[in-house]
Design a protein around this ligand. Structure first.
Ligand code: C5P
Length: 406
């Protein structure tokens, strides 16, 4: 693949993007602009990629690089892309090796812009982004946060891990269409923690990766996304997403209830504890206070998903909201994984259920996932093994089809 690097301060993060791709076995040819080399030296990119680095169309002319680099690429990723670089792509310029490569390339192109908020919001940049998207280029939404100086806002380069995962979607044949533009999506992720005392809790192995990938892909497809997350691995905040942190199932229930109205899609990917200690001890329970720990009494938690679908039936949330649940199942002598999942979707009353087979630790904490998407009428779509971003795309494809026309 070709990694184009334009001349913005975020160019230093391109080093980690090269690493991310090479660690997954991809061969990377870095093509910086001349100004990118003001930030990171060619030697750094050459050492990290193991490939030569040139910037101009007159470097190594006998190799006809200005044509060959683009022809040989399976994927072109530009990270960071400056406002100027996008303007040159839109105009069809070919005045350096990167723009010439982009004119030649017929493979998917992913552009990760990074610039100050004012530049990102300028009508010229907005128009250039729209034109590139019309031409089939994937233009990633930038993150919000700290910019070069003390200021913050939209325009930060996404985390290298996010750029790699989102770019590889295009190699997997997934588009990131703007089909959720104007839509409001709510996603829950991670595991809940139910406190026993100030130091102990009941928790679970959820990493939050699938929920974070859903929020990220939905936002990249144009949605306004709120992500309510419990305990997760350390994951980058999805770009442009409102993140709310909770700890227990009852906190999650409260935040979901406060934000469920007027959503087009609600996805319950969180691993919610079924039970919580009936009381939380105000002081640490002593090991030798016999029954205090061995006899922790449990109370059933509310089923938030079932509560949401009941609210929809009773008109408290829009009848048009598409509600998606998750089911981590193992087969047993009362039925297969799919039998259990089908009973669950009918019991919970949701529109779509992503079912995983979690026998022998197949999902938790992994970066990949697979399973089946089930609807209440019993139709089953297999979701092939892929990254959690790939699975997120498949879930959103199905959910989008269920949104009633406006
Ligand atoms: O019943 P089970 O835990 O297998 O159901 C899983 C689905 O239900 C997930 O979508 C999960 O987020 C949701 N759930 C919930 N409230 C609970 C338990 C699970 O919303 N108390």
């Amino acid at each position: 693949m070709v990694l184009g690097v334009a001349g913005g301060i975020a160019a230093y993060k391109a080093c980690h993007v090269v690493r991310g791709f090479t660690e997954q076995g991809h061969s990377v040819r870095v093509v910086p602009t001349e100004s990118a080399l003001n930030f990171v030296g060619a030697a750094t990119f050459e050492a990290l990629s193991g490939n030569p680095v040139s910037t101009g169309v007159f470097d190594r002319v006998e190799e006809v690089q200005h044509v060959r680099v683009g022809q040989e690429a399976d994927l072109v990723v530009i990270a960071p892309a400056t406002a100027d670089l996008m303007a040159r792509l839109v105009a069809g310029r070919a005045d350096d090796l990167l723009t010439a490569t982009c004119l030649v390339a017929t493979c998917p192109v992913v552009v990760a812009p990074a610039m100050h908020t004012e530049m990102w919001n300028h009508p010229a940049t907005r128009a250039n982004v729209a034109t590139l998207r019309d031409r089939g280029v994937t233009v990633l939404e930038p993150a919000h946060g700290r910019l070069t100086g003390p200021d913050t806002g939209a325009g930060r380069l996404p985390d290298p891990e996010q750029i790699v995962a989102l770019s590889l979607l295009r190699l997997d044949g997934c588009e990131l269409p703007q089909d959720l533009s104007g839509r409001r999506v709510l996603v829950t992720a991670g595991g809940t923690r139910e406190n026993i005392d100030p130091v102990r809790y009941l928790g679970n192995r959820s990493s939050g990766r699938q929920g974070f990938a859903l929020a990220e892909v939905a936002a990249q497809r144009g949605a306004e996304v709120t992500l309510i997350a419990g305990a997760t691995d350390e994951l980058p905040v999805p770009c442009g997403v409102e993140l709310i942190r909770i700890s227990s199932a009852r906190e999650l229930e409260g935040e979901v209830a406060a934000r469920a109205a007027d959503r087009d899609i609600i996805i319950m990917a969180a691993a919610v504890a079924d039970y919580r200690p009936t009381t939380t001890a105000p002081a640490k329970l002593k090991k030798n206070s016999a029954s205090a720990l061995t006899g922790v009494e449990l109370t059933e938690n509310p089923d938030i998903l079932a509560g949401l679908t009941a609210s929809r039936r009773e008109g408290r949330i829009s009848a048009d909201t598409v509600i998606v649940g998750f089911a981590a199942e193992t087969g047993d002598d009362t039925g297969s994984v799919l039998d259990h999942a089908l009973r669950k979707i009918r019991r919970k009353g949701c529109d779509l259920l992503m079912c995983n087979d979690v026998g022998s630790g197949k999902v938790f904490g992994r970066r990949r996932n697979r399973g089946w998407l089930i609807t209440p009428d019993g139709s089953v779509t297999e979701v092939d093994d892929g990254t959690k971003f790939r699975v997120a795309s498949a879930i959103l494809d199905s959910a989008v089809r269920l949104i009633p026309d406006r």
